[in-house]
Design a protein around this ligand. Structure first.
Ligand code: ZN
Length: 508
């Protein structure tokens, strides 16, 4: 690297730091809106957020960035492809090209359209009135197809939309994977339905909020969440958010008549936060100071929530403490009953409340419908009935209305129709694949969990996954860390063992 290139590289990084800080400030405004802002602050807050987003977008698409990237092209070509600098350059170019490929006028039209659709949906959903939101969705479908067209050369029209969340993942990868998953899970759900059910009614007793919050934070801290670099607050729809490299926050929601709700939501968001907080300090305020993909991010939240937090060993250690926290409510509930209740499998209508076995079926239904819509095989008018038919076929339940059917998730009413759901299924699959690799490397991890100790697991994740941030794609990470590309086998084996033990053999 010569002196001129060094200057260009420094300028590029300085420009990126401004984008990073604008994004962090926008996240802070959003966090405040979702936690403490009084309702009357809404109108001004929408204006402030839109301004910050516009400023960030202008900086991200500034032609000066393109010129700097072009000027550094010879230096990039001379780098070892697997070096940090090469990854850094590649990622910046990818972000710049994705941002500039979509014309500013289209981006503005799309943003305005989805903001409007969201408001219509927010009223149409409680009123169970799909017809009201139908024209908006028809326009969303047209715009989603146009958006994909800005990225020509795709094999399937959904590929560019998927790539925005899960770089490198395509319909061709997902279709066979999801088909195997759908067939296997459907057969297991049918087997489990014939087995004696678990009584989970005690989870609905009265559990006061302060004790719930304190217990959740105790577990977050034990997992390794550093409260000097984060905090937990209450909200309606829990999320993790990042203002900077050293300020990564989580939110939760407490229902005093549902012990599982806040507990597992806190574990989930803690998993997301551990990932962000574990990124190498050297990547602070760079394009690499982020997760590898939404799927990889979700794999870390699901790993801590499910593979650790819903395991028998975890509760062998923590159940006495939970019982001491709620001595009256849990007086007649032993460890085994508790363990079965938090792992109870029941086909239901709502994705966000689904158990580990049925969860991915909810995702695959949405994925299939998105493809049918984008391919033109299904119209928006036919969508509610198609939704009901898919639910009946995969889960054996038929939504009585559209409120808890096609209108339940915000995704299609606040973004493009496509590319929004696969990350959840990928997260579940990758969580099991990464966890199996961790256990291979350190078989003592499970025994440690049984003692309430998570340091070996956390250190392994930090060393192999977290510290790399966005340096590698999901595929590169999977191959580096597990020696294999994305594969279903560890996930199916995990479910088969765990739920076979709870319900008896799943093989019919
Ligand atoms: Zn998540």
């Amino acid at each position: 690297m010569d002196a001129a290139q060094q200057t260009q590289w420094n300028e590029l990084k300085a420009r990126w730091r401004e984008i990073y800080d604008l994004t962090g400030a926008a996240a802070l405004l959003h966090w405040d809106q979702a936690t403490y802002m009084p309702p009357a602050g809404g109108a001004a807050r929408a204006r402030q957020s839109a301004l910050l987003e516009r400023l960030a977008h202008e900086r991200r698409t500034d032609p000066a960035i393109g010129r700097l990237l072009d000027g550094l092209e010879p230096w990039f070509a001379s780098l070892p492809p697997d070096s940090v600098e090469a990854a850094h350059y590649r990622k910046m170019r990818k972000v710049y090209e994705r941002a500039t490929r979509i014309p500013a006028a289209f981006a503005a039209q799309f943003t305005e359209h989805v903001a409007n659709t969201y408001m219509v949906w927010a009223e149409a959903r409680p009123a169970n009135d799909f017809k009201r939101v139908q024209p908006c969705l028809e326009q969303t479908l047209i715009l989603s197809r146009q958006m994909a067209e800005f990225f020509p050369g795709y094999a399937h029209i959904a590929d560019p939309l998927i790539d925005m969340a899960d770089e490198g993942i395509t319909v061709a990868t997902l279709r066979p994977l999801f088909e195997t998953l759908r067939r296997t899970l459907t057969s297991w759900v049918a087997v489990i339905a014939e087995r004696p059910q678990v009584d989970a009614a005690f989870l609905r007793r009265h559990y006061p909020k302060p004790q719930q919050l304190a217990f959740g934070e105790r577990i977050a801290a034990a997992f390794g969440y550093d409260f000097r670099r984060g905090r937990q607050d209450e909200t309606h729809h829990p999320f993790m958010t990042k203002f900077s490299h050293d300020d990564v926050r989580i939110t939760t929601r407490v229902d005093e008549h549902d012990l599982a709700n806040a507990l597992f939501s806190t574990m989930h968001e803690t998993g997301h936060a551990l990932y962000e907080l574990g990124i190498d300090d050297a990547y602070d305020a760079t394009v690499l100071d982020a997760g590898a993909s939404l799927g990889v991010h979700e794999s870390q939240s699901r790993l801590w929530e499910n593979l650790v937090g819903r395991s028998r060993r975890f509760w062998e250690h923590y159940y006495p403490a939970l019982r001491a926290t709620f001595p009256e409510q849990l007086a007649d509930v032993d460890l085994e009953t508790f363990y079965r209740a938090i792992n109870c499998v029941t086909p239901s209508l709502i994705r966000t409340e689904a158990d580990e076995v049925t969860y991915n079926l909810h995702v695959i239904i949405r994925f299939d419908l998105e493809l049918e819509l984008l391919e033109g095989r299904l119209s928006i008018a036919e969508l509610p009935e198609a939704w009901r038919a898919h639910y009946e076929e995969s889960l054996g339940v038929r939504p009585p209305d559209d409120r808890d059917g096609v209108m339940q998730d915000v995704h299609w009413f606040a973004g493009p129709l496509g590319g929004g759901f696969q990350s959840y299924a990928l997260g579940n699959i990758m969580a099991a694949q990464f966890y199996a690799a961790a256990l291979d490397a350190h078989p003592q991890i499970e025994a440690e969990i049984g003692q309430g100790c998570f340091t070996t697991l956390h250190a392994w994740l930090r060393e192999n996954l977290y510290r790399h941030g966005a340096r590698y794609t999901a595929d590169e990470l999977l191959r580096r860390v597990t020696g294999r590309p994305l594969t279903l086998e560890p996930y199916l084996s995990y479910l088969r063992t765990k739920y076979g033990e709870i319900y008896g053999s799943l093989e019919g």
